[in-house]
Design a protein around this ligand. Structure first.
Ligand code: GLU
Length: 364
């Protein structure tokens, strides 16, 4: 099986420094999986934490607040440690630093995919992190939970494992609700409102994650045909059982078979908070396999450019599709609800009647 394993800062560090003993356990567990024929991609945080430790800076140190600089200092240290530890088990590691812009751009996306395929075919372990040093707010994925879901879709993996500092996903925050219960399995196609509410808690002290970003990651990956497991990062030895399908932590089951490569590319481009709300006629047209026309758009949320991936919501704010915008948000605001024949008169030009062409559309 092909799988993506994500280790967050709370898993790879202890008391603010890289936790070599724990990472040795991961190196052993991962090499066992590889020897059993599995293909694995590791997504690891810890660059900023390692940089901070190297600079002997406290969190929020007023002198060393620049996380991009800390990531630049810490990333090679993180990789050096991985190189050494995995080396003990005969595994060669490779560093892959990505930003959202790499996944948005079709050519870079395909390049990244080919390189991953080459590495996996050669038995190399790709270790992915966000390219924090160059990633400004607009081009960041922002957290490694969602980055790992995008990587999972990029390499078409069947399993995404998100390691965290709890034993799984609970129906309430176990830090504040001692009677919170572990949810072992989520089969429903829609993640329920109760589960989203339970994820509402804030992020951990070191990572940018938290349960909310894990849930968002699960939502992306399971709709691309991967099971997603949230498990206890302090117990690397569970990895083997988890990959065999045993009940460990919380499993969100895949809701769809694997999607074709073009759909996965479209879905990789999605950002939070950008989308359109459409009328009932447009919903019917989309379900019947037609394109989304500007005339069916009722409201435009967020800012996006032509070529970006946006979500399509129905009147009840349910996501029904995602697709590539043929008009930017500002243009669309001017032509939303207007007939196709009026578009050129309003804008002075037109890119055709479709806001999202059916070939650029993925039904949800
Ligand atoms: N890229 C960051 C780091 O390596 C972590 C981001 C995250 O944990 O979500 O420090």
């Amino acid at each position: 099986m092909r799988l993506v394993l994500k280790l967050g800062s709370s898993t790879v560090t202890r008391d603010g420094v890289l936790d070599a003993p724990r990472l040795i356990d991961y190196a052993r567990a991962i090499s066992t999986l590889r020897d059993a024929g599995h293909q694995l991609v590791l997504v690891s945080s810890g660059a900023v934490a390692a940089g901070r430790a190297a600079m002997r800076a406290q969190a929020n140190d007023p002198v060393v607040v620049n996380k991009q600089m800390l990531a630049a200092i810490g990333q090679p240290r993180l990789m050096a440690l991985y190189g050494e530890l995995f080396g003990h088990y005969g595994l060669t590691v490779a560093q892959v630093l990505l930003t959202r812009a790499d996944l948005d751009d079709r050519r870079r996306y395909l390049n990244a995919r080919n390189t991953f395929e080459a590495m996996l075919a050669a038995g190399v372990l790709p270790i992915v992190n966000e390219n924090d040093t160059v990633a400004t707010e607009e081009i960041r994925v922002g957290d490694n939970d969602q980055l790992s879901a995008l990587v999972c879709s990029l390499v078409d993996a069947r399993l995404l494992v998100l390691m965290t500092d709890q034993t799984g996903f609970f129906d309430a925050n176990p830090r504040t609700h001692p009677d919170a219960r572990l949810i072992e399995r989520v089969d429903d196609a829609e993640i329920s409102a109760t589960i989203w509410a339970a994820a509402g808690g804030g992020a951990g002290a070191l990572g940018t994650g938290g349960m909310l970003t894990k849930l968002k990651a699960a939502e992306i990956a399971r709709r691309n045909g991967a099971d997603v497991v949230i498990a206890d990062g302090r117990a690397p030895e569970q990895l083997d059982a988890l990959v065999r399908g045993e009940s460990v932590g919380t499993r969100f089951c895949a809701t769809a078979p694997s999607r074709d490569a073009r759909s996965r590319y479209i879905l990789a481009g999605l950002r939070d908070g950008v989308g359109v709300r459409v009328d009932a006629g447009a919903v019917d047209a989309l379900r019947a396999g037609k394109s989304l026309l500007g005339v069916g758009v009722r409201a435009v949320d967020g800012e996006f450019d032509r070529g970006d991936t946006v979500a399509v919501h129905d009147a009840d704010s349910r996501v029904i599709a995602r697709g590539i915008a043929n008009y930017g948000a500002d243009e669309l605001r001017r032509i939303a609800g207007k007939r196709s024949s009026d578009v050129a008169a309003v804008l002075g030009y037109d890119f055709g009647p479709e806001f999202i062409h059916r070939n650029d559309l993925v039904m949800w």
